[in-house]
Write a protein that binds this ligand. Structure first.
Ligand SMILES: Nc1ncnc2c1ncn2[C@@H]1O[C@H](COP(=O)(O)OP(=O)(O)O)[C@@H](O)[C@H]1O
Ligand SMILES: [Mg+2]
Length: 376
């Protein structure tokens, strides 16, 4: 963990930040909704703020748009302090969850609307509308009204309308919340392609981890107004920096324990939930004896009828529930300590022998590089 996140931190610090959120706080009365947020975003990044409902994502986005004023802190965009600017003075466009197009206007008129307000020349407007229609592949539909379009098409027109004014920053608040799951997954990739084609810096807010991981290059995990971790989707999944993130992103097995061996390249953790100390192949910032948690993803846990070699990380248990999910199954293995460990095993694993069934004694095992130690 240390190496890859240090590397990332160095890269992030080196990248010229385009948007800087500096110690931003937002209070409503006594309620601190955004709590000392610091964040740097590079030009053309697609960044996702991910967190459960009510954690302050929209409030932070609304402060970027100028629809809320920070209680304290600064927002700097492309070298300019925009904290005190009114929404219409900011080179920013926000696309809402209910992306309401003007129902009485055609697709082309919807896209042209903001440009007309800005008093661009007729030829400039026509050219930009044309370009946007091409970008979102809606040329054929230029003269249709919104009600004649599917949800996905309306979504694309809304994006075209947001991008037509060439904002420096595009803000998306739960952009695909109005679409059903299947359409949402398809539209996620379409949106990313379009955003990358025009090359706009984008911050999106979502409570859907799959959406954040599919669309964003970097993700910020928010909880109770605070940013807990900022990293790439892969790093957040493989190296969560705290229990909240480990449990929030994907599924994990957590074991409470304490450090019994502390070396630069590995640690051993004793947990009363496991039969012997677990060896983990990374160092930690911590001390002998300190309380920690082990996070072990279900897909990292092997299930076997044969006892693993004595020196490895393993435990004996009994198969409880099995959730059959087609390509893989989740085995709930009850250890002798009573702790239930979830193991996700691909169907292809059981070619030589039948999969274990309910109540069968089995062993769960994992390597030194499968678990992550969390100190908070
Ligand atoms: N204008 C407001 N006045 C008072 N409380 C607000 C206001 N806007 C948001 N809140 C509160 O701030 C918290 C965070 O809201 P929000 O930023 O919308 O969360 P999220 O987008 O993460 O779901 C919520 O508890 C919400 O009730
Ligand atoms: Mg919200």
């Amino acid at each position: 963990m240390a190496e890859s996140s240090l590397h990332q931190a160095a890269k992030t610090a080196g990248a010229k930040s385009y948007l800087q959120i500096v110690d931003v706080v937002k209070k409503f009365g006594d309620n601190t909704v955004v709590d000392h947020i610091n964040l740097s975003i590079a030009k053309n990044d697609i960044f996702a703020l991910l967190g459960s409902s009510g954690c302050g994502k929209s409030t932070l986005l609304r402060m970027l748009a100028g629809m809320e004023t920070p209680t304290s802190g600064k927002i700097i965009l492309d070298g300019e302090d925009i904290t005190a600017l009114a929404p219409y003075e900011r080179p920013i466009n926000m696309m809402f969850q209910s992306y309401a197009l003007f129902p009485h206007m055609t697709v082309a008129q919807n896209i042209a609307f903001g440009l007309k307000q800005d008093r661009l020349s007729r030829s400039d407007i026509a050219e930009r509308v044309e370009r946007m229609l091409e970008l979102v592949q809606m040329k054929k539909y230029a003269h249709r009204k919104p009600y004649q379009l599917s949800g996905g098409q309306q979504q694309r027109v809304a994006l075209a309308r947001s991008l037509a004014k060439r904002p420096k920053l595009l803000l998306l608040d739960e952009p695909l919340g109005a679409l059903d799951k299947k359409l949402r997954q398809q539209t996620q990739l379409e949106l990313v392609n379009m955003i990358e084609q025009v090359g706009v810096t984008c911050i999106m807010v979502t409570h859907d981890q799959e959406e954040a991981m599919t669309m964003a290059g970097r993700i910020g995990i928010m909880s109770e107004g605070q940013l807990l971790q900022v990293a790439t989707p892969g790093e957040i999944y493989e190296h969560p920096n705290c229990r909240f993130t480990a449990e929030f992103i994907g599924e994990t097995n957590l074991f409470g324990g304490h450090v019994v061996e502390d070396e630069p390249d590995h640690v051993c953790i004793h947990s009363t939930e496991l039969p012997r100390p677990v060896r983990v192949g990374h160092g930690i910032t911590g001390t002998m004896g300190m309380p920690v948690w082990l996070s072990l993803r279900p897909e990292r846990v092997g299930v076997s009828r044969r006892q693993p070699v004595a020196s490895g990380n393993w435990a004996a248990g009994t198969v409880g529930d099995i959730a059959y999910l087609g390509g893989f199954s989740i085995f709930h293995v009850r250890l002798d300590s009573g702790k239930v460990v979830k193991a996700s095993v691909p169907a292809t694993h059981w070619r030589e022998e039948a999969a274990p069934t309910w109540n069968e004694p089995v062993f769960v095992s994992w390597t030194d590089n499968d678990a992550v130690v969390l100190t908070q």
